[in-house]
Design a protein around this ligand. Structure first.
Ligand code: T3D
Length: 263
């Protein structure tokens, strides 16, 4: 089943997933995770899409895990929060990172808890000026998950990461841009035009090079300089074997725009 807790479409090589439980600020349920898996299955099919946008319906991006769905009965020691991370979030994050195309988060409103970190796991994050990023976890006595403890210190440094995680205060989109947490903050009414424009532009771009850029940059966080140089050698070898590389150089020499096919 799809198109209930999420909306999903592919048009002009751009896939769009809209988290769609606006009455609960698009918080994640088991059903939503199931529908997200089905949507990602479709996006991963070879040739199905060349860019993906993830956004939210209504006034929020998502408030993270649906806290009403967790059945907090029984003894605290018997409740296992890690289960949803392993079954749902971590698998989704791995798939987004491995997706061989650009993934754009269009953060239309508050992104809280796991949803803030799902957004930050996307390759390019654009946010509406009224949006905010909230590491809400400490408010319910949890730690940031869905990759937050990795992405936050890497992107904004330990001092800011610690403040965001411990104080659990909303970080406005403009500040998130200034801190280098996200790519860009735009006026609310421009958000989806901006996201679709970028997605269409990249969907007409060198798809395999984008996939290799993702692999190179995500690998860099864990590599020393020498190792990363070796990664570049391997991945550039692959990029150089694409038809798009041929086309890019030819177009440059012929002084015309390149016509990339993603091959
Ligand atoms: O299994 C596990 O639990 C472990 C997994 C952990 C991963 C996580 O994501 S933990 C973090 C979970 N998220 C939160 O703690 C955020 C909770 N939400 C909020 O703090 C606030 O809603 C916001 C700051 C995000 C937005 O505030 P506001 O005032 O704009 O909206 P609101 O009135 O609080 O929310 C609107 C409705 O959505 C409201 O319902 P109502 O009163 O109109 O019937 C609210 O209860 C509901 N809602 C918001 N967030 C959630 C939610 N319902 C269920 N789960 C939510 N996370």
């Amino acid at each position: 089943m799809i198109n209930t807790t999420i909306l999903f479409e592919i048009a002009d090589d751009v896939a769009t997933i809209t988290l769609n439980r606006p009455e609960r600020l698009n918080s994640f349920t088991e059903q939503m995770h199931q529908e997200l898996r089905t949507a990602l299955d479709a996006v991963e099919k070879p040739g199905a899409a060349r860019a993906l946008i993830i956004t939210g319906a209504g006034r929020g991006f998502s408030a993270g895990q649906d806290l009403a769905e967790a059945a907090l009965t029984g003894e605290p020691k018997d409740f296992d929060v890690s289960s949803t991370l392993e079954r749902n979030y971590n698998v989704m994050l791995g798939r987004l990172r491995a997706l061989p195309m650009p993934v754009i988060a269009a953060v239309n409103g508050v992104a809280a808890g796991a949803a803030a970190n799902v957004a930050l796991a996307c390759d390019i994050v654009i946010a509406a000026r009224s949006a905010s990023f909230l590491q809400a976890f400490a408010k319910i006595a949890l730690i940031p998950d869905a990759g937050g403890t990795y992405s936050l210190p890497h992107r904004v440094g330990m001092a800011r990461a610690m403040g965001l995680a411990m104080l659990a205060e909303p970080l406005p989109a403009e500040k998130a841009e200034q801190w280098g947490l996200i790519w860009k903050c735009v006026d609310d009414d421009k958000l989806m035009d901006e996201a679709r424009g970028l997605a269409r532009r990249m969907a007409a771009g060198p798809t395999q090079a984008y996939a290799l850029i993702k692999r190179a940059l995500y690998a860099a966080a864990d590599n020393d300089f020498e190792t990363q140089l070796a990664v570049e050698v391997d991945l550039q070898r692959e990029a150089g074997k694409t038809e798009d590389f041929r086309e890019g150089v030819k177009a440059f020499l012929e002084k015309r725009p390149a016509r990339f096919t993603g091959r």
